[in-house]
Design a protein. Sequence first.
Length: 179
Amino acid sequence: MTILMNDDALKCLGQRIITLRQRAGWSLSALAEKAGLAKSSLSRLEQGKGNPTLDTLWRLARQLEVPFSTLIASAQSTMTDDNISITLLDRHHGALPVDIYLMTLAPEAQRHATAHARGTRETLQIVAGSLQAGAEGGLVSLQAQQVHQFAADRPHAYLAGHQGATALVTIFYADEGPE
């Protein structure tokens, strides 16, 4: 499950990762280890080669202690990973950052996400279709026009119904300071 990105977007993403890694004062090896990636995979990303998965990008953003949109905004605003498309609609990065995405899931699509930074919360507003979503072990069934908020600092999931789903996803990042 890799993200489809053109060459320019991959190069932009690679440069952004390098900038953020160097700002954190980490070597390539250190970031790869912290994010649970092979050093060669991270090196290829920094070179603007290869296509990362959404989970890889989320892990990098978490370890670099930046909102997901900070990592991808300069590269590409829409990311497609198999049967799921995520479009960055807006981002506010003041004292408490907020990202807003439009997420579209094909029928029966599933996304199991790793935990975000401590204190992160997500609010889903279902635009169309149906979706089960929330923290793993506590999924809530949602229909169009329903809203659900959950702690995203633990593993969570999105499971589309037989017609698929479209949802506005608002991610509220907590001000947790360095881990």
